[in-house]
Ligand binder design. Structure first.
Ligand SMILES: *[C@@H]1O[C@H](CO)[C@@H](O)[C@H](O)[C@H]1NC(C)=O
Ligand SMILES: *[C@@H]1O[C@H](CO)[C@@H](O)[C@H](O)[C@H]1NC(C)=O
Ligand SMILES: *[C@@H]1O[C@H](CO)[C@@H](O)[C@H](O)[C@H]1NC(C)=O
Ligand SMILES: *[C@@H]1O[C@H](CO)[C@@H](O)[C@H](O)[C@H]1NC(C)=O
Ligand SMILES: *[C@@H]1O[C@H](CO)[C@@H](O)[C@H](O)[C@H]1NC(C)=O
Ligand SMILES: *[C@@H]1O[C@H](CO)[C@@H](O)[C@H](O)[C@H]1NC(C)=O
Ligand SMILES: *[C@@H]1O[C@H](CO)[C@@H](O)[C@H](O)[C@H]1NC(C)=O
Ligand SMILES: *[C@@H]1O[C@H](CO)[C@@H](O)[C@H](O)[C@H]1NC(C)=O
Ligand SMILES: *[C@@H]1O[C@H](CO)[C@@H](O)[C@H](O)[C@H]1NC(C)=O
Length: 688
């Protein structure tokens, strides 16, 4: 019913962010050694990869003549101004990749009969040059076209009509206007990603293919979105229109209420209210607008056990809104939210149900004038430091390869979506007041975390390093840490004692790593005295983790290989309330009789396992997911936690609390036996 979106999402995000990944990843580990016999003398053609010619970073002024047989040609980082006639004559149909980034080529100096003869080209990377018009080879096989950071002021229509395999177009940082791109994107039926950020558009591009999944149009002059614009793009998942001029009156009612969207970025605009969104949306960015009310109806029209907002991340900081604006009943609708950022206050809605937990201190708004000036003046040129929110430094989505020097009074630092490889102690030397550090989606490996860089940040509460290349939990960590997010790295090691002294850590996310049973033990988890939520989904565990502290309330273990649960496992976890074990290998023989008969558990998810019987539950359980197992039958006598005939007509404490039950994807034939209904008086929804 709720398709597992995560793997697809990860793939798409990596498509969206792979500005340069392609050829870095592609580059073979070529041996230094003799070049192939045919190579141009200015370049290298690795002998074990004879179809590639590397001519990058060697001060070339011209494109050298390319010998027969070359398919991959790297010419980035030179001083090329000109492409002379004939250079590609021997590879007109053989050349697949052409990389010309970081040169100074102008349209006038591209001779006729060069690029316009390349009929087999699949990738053309022509960013950071001096082009004023797009260069599009006649190849029908073109799949990627990157022309960012040029001076394009037009993109004539019809250039892409025969590009049936084109999936990705990058045009950011040019001078394109809406008139100049009218009709430009008609044709490529498989287009997935289009980036037109940092141009001069007044509206979102028209006539884009319906296959599009990613559309980025940040930093333009867009003030409105046409009614029904998104209905023409049924696959669109990621839409970014931040740093434009959007106003409420430019957004027709329901324009963003489409089921396909997963991420919507409307930050840094002029909106005064929160637009209606669909319940499927997972990430909504609205920081730095002029929003002054929080209307729950923007998120949920109806709230039921199965109808609620899927929103996980919501940013509302730098608006005219505070925590007190947030309605008391938000958690019923926004039950998947893991963070809301509201002004300088931070709220965390921890539970899936109705516990609204607020963490993080309320931060003083005041800042001495000298500090304010010092902070604004020291803003790194690559970043943005909003004057109305001076403790925040935004360096996200900038293609940064390293961290700039961060000013002293920074509390919130956003570095996500860059190409950073090193967490540099030098750049962060003065940033000892940080509370919040977001490094998601970079390329930081464990070797890249410099000695002691984190431990000097004695106030750091939130550290986000999802989607990096870490192989081990970074250490040492500051004792102030409350949230540590390390999902989708390559972590196979938790250094012994790394969590010692981390008494405030309540959320630890390690999903999507390579942890095995021997890595998650009493020794490695020692010190987590206040852990509330731990996510170990999608690792390589085959048994239940040992050494979890008794404070643990949420334990997510989906997508491992767990086949049994030790008897009495939850006796040591008296607060366990939300337990997810979907997509494991649990058979009924691996589930001891009373193991889930634990009164604290409210939500138990065992979908996609190998169970043949409904496990025994406690009267207190509210949600039970058993879909996609091998269960053949249910009856009151085997599922009711109390004897069916003792459940009397009056609803009192002893009535089983189950409200939501899923049994679909088993071998159970309807109807649902009467005694099941008699047992679970409070059941609102049963899916069979
Ligand atoms: C191009 O091909 C012709 C004919 O095969 C050959 O004579 C010539 O040497 C080639 N030139 C280069 C630069 O490979
Ligand atoms: C290309 O553009 C850069 C920056 O605008 C400029 O400095 C350079 O002179 C230009 N080169 C050519 C060959 O036009
Ligand atoms: C487009 O891609 C498909 C699948 O990779 C391939 O079979 C087809 O030949 C490609 N079309 C062109 C014109 O290259
Ligand atoms: C979004 O649209 C659906 C139907 O298309 C409607 O049921 C829902 O209430 C709308 N959501 C909001 C928040 O308006
Ligand atoms: C959820 O909402 C949809 C309309 O958006 C409605 O058709 C459906 O019946 C609702 N489900 C429940 C269980 O109320
Ligand atoms: C901010 O909100 C308050 C009350 O909600 C209101 O009185 C005030 O005028 C708003 N300020 C701005 C600049 O909109
Ligand atoms: C740290 O602050 C000092 C004093 O303001 C300044 O001189 C120095 O350049 C800063 N260093 C870094 C790495 O930001
Ligand atoms: C479930 O646990 C409760 C409380 O520990 C106990 O009273 C009850 O007998 C158990 N149920 C079964 C069927 O063993
Ligand atoms: C509550 O239910 C139990 C059994 O279902 C019954 O024995 C008890 O008398 C009921 N109490 C009240 C106050 O109704």
């Amino acid at each position: 019913m709720f398709p597992l979106r995560v793997p697809l999402l990860a793939v798409l995000v990596s498509v969206a962010l792979s500005q340069y990944n392609d050829y870095y990843d592609y580059q073979p580990n070529f041996m230094q050694g003799p070049s192939g016999p045919n190579c141009n003398q200015e370049c290298d053609c690795p002998i074990n990869f004879p179809t590639a010619m590397y001519c990058d970073s060697r001060k070339l002024k011209f494109v050298p003549v390319v010998p027969t047989g070359i398919k991959y040609l790297y010419l980035q980082n030179n001083q090329i101004e000109e492409i002379k006639a004939g250079v590609f004559d021997n590879v007109t149909d053989g050349l697949r990749w052409l990389v010309l980034d970081y040169n100074q080529i102008t349209n006038a100096k591209i001779a006729k009969g060069t690029l316009d003869k390349l009929t087999g080209l699949e990738k053309l990377f022509f960013s950071y040059n001096n082009l004023t018009e797009p260069v599009v080879p006649p190849s029908k096989s073109l799949d990627e076209l990157k022309l960012m950071h040029n001076m394009l002021s037009k993109f004539p229509s019809g250039l892409l009509t025969d590009k049936e395999n084109l999936t990705s177009i990058n045009l950011q940082h040019n001078q394109l206007t809406s008139d100049a791109i009218g009709g430009a994107f008609k044709g490529p039926k498989k287009l997935l990603s289009l980036d037109v950020s940092h141009n001069k558009l007044k509206k979102l591009p028209a006539g884009v293919p319906s296959s599009l999944e990613i559309l980025y149009a940040d930093y333009n002059e867009i003030d409105s979105v046409g009614a029904g614009y998104l209905n023409k793009m049924p696959s669109l998942q990621y839409l970014r229109i931040s740093n434009n001029k959007l106003v409420d009156s430019g957004l027709p009612s329901g324009v963003f209420n489409v089921t396909s969207l997963v991420e919507l970025d409307l930050s840094f605009n002029k909106l005064k209210s929160i637009p209606e969104i669909n319940e499927r949306l997972e990430q909504l960015y609205l920081q730095a607008n002029e929003i002054n009310k929080f209307d729950l109806a923007s998120f949920c029209k109806y709230v039921t056990p199965v109808n609620y907002s899927h929103l996980r991340h919501l940013r509302l900081d730098a608006n005219n809104i505070t925590q007190s604006s947030m309605p008391y009943d938000s958690s019923n609708c926004l039950r998947q939210l893991s963070d809301v950022i509201l002004g300088s206050e931070m709220a965390l809605l921890l539970s899936l149900l109705c516990t609204l937990c607020l963490v993080g201190q309320v931060l003083g708004q005041d800042m001495p004038y000298e500090e304010y000036m010092a902070q604004i003046q020291a803003c790194p040129k690559e970043c943005r430091c909003p004057t109305n929110f001076p403790r925040a430094v935004y360096c996200d989505n900038k293609g940064l390869k390293s961290i700039p020097k961060i000013p002293t009074h920074t509390w919130y630092l956003y570095l996500q979506n860059n190409l950073i490889e090193v967490l540099s102690a030098d750049a962060l030397r003065n940033a000892t007041q940080l509370r919040w550090l977001n490094l998601n989606r970079n390329k930081i490996s464990s070797e890249g975390v410099e000695e002691g860089v984190l431990s000097t940040m004695s106030q750091l509460a939130h550290l986000y390093m999802d989607d990096n290349l870490l192989s081990s939990v970074p250490s040492p960590l500051p004792a102030s840490l409350e949230h540590l997010l390390l999902s989708r790295n390559r972590i196979s090691k938790i250094p012994a004692g790394v969590f010692l002294g981390l008494d405030k850590l309540n959320l630890l996310d390690l999903q999507g790593n390579k942890l095995m049973d021997e890595d998650v033990t009493e020794v490695s988890l020692k010190g987590l005295n206040n852990l509330v939520q731990i996510n170990l989904a999608k690792n390589q565990l085959s048994s239940m983790p040992l050494g979890l502290p008794p404070t643990t309330t949420q334990l997510f273990l989906d997508g491992n290989n767990i086949d049994k649960i030790p008897a009495g496992y939850f006796k040591r976890l008296p607060k366990m309330a939300f337990l997810r074990l979907n997509h494991n290998k649990l058979g009924s023989s691996g589930v001891p009789k009373n193991v889930f008969n634990v009164s604290s558990i409210l939500d138990l998810q065992l979908s996609h396992n190998l169970l043949t019987e409904v496990p025994l539950i406690s009267s207190g359980l509210e949600h039970l997911h058993l879909d996609h197992n091998n269960i053949k039958s249910v009856s009151g006598t085997n599922v009711c936690p109390v004897a069916v005939d003792t459940v009397d007509d009056s609803i009192n404490e002893s009535v089983p609390r189950l409200r939501y039950l899923r049994l679909d994807g088993n071998e159970i034939k309807p109807p649902i036996p009467r005694d099941v209904i008699l047992c679970f008086r409070l059941l609102r929804s049963i899916v069979i």
